[in-house]
Ligand binder design. Structure first.
Ligand code: SF4
Length: 91
């Protein structure tokens, strides 16, 4: 992927697959190198998840980046920090 200004240009050999069945969270053991969810830390809980299979996507979730980093905008909702060109559909 290359970035020109705010526009992302992907290599044409890469397919973008809509992932409505993804489960992504930071509730696993942080000994294995996971970061902590800043919303869970602020609330003193372990209930917030980035994406829940077939149910929801966190309002702070801004996507993933290779290899396995979650892009998180907490405490700013994703819609307020991403441009429409960075989203694959209306939220
Ligand atoms: S997107 Fe950010 S705030 Fe939301 S659950 Fe994931 S790490 Fe926590």
């Amino acid at each position: 992927m290359r970035v020109y200004g705010r526009e992302f240009i992907m290599d044409s050999r890469i397919k973008k697959l809509i992932g409505s069945n993804m489960d992504i969270d930071f509730i696993s053991d942080i000994k294995f190198g996971d970061s902590q969810c800043p919303w869970n830390v602020a609330d003193g809980t372990n209930t917030h998840k980035c994406a829940v299979k077939n149910i929801s996507i966190c309002k702070y979730f801004c996507g993933v980046q290779l290899l396995d980093s979650v892009l998180c905008s907490y405490p700013h909702v994703a819609k307020s920090v991403l441009s429409s060109a960075e989203m694959d559909r209306d939220m």
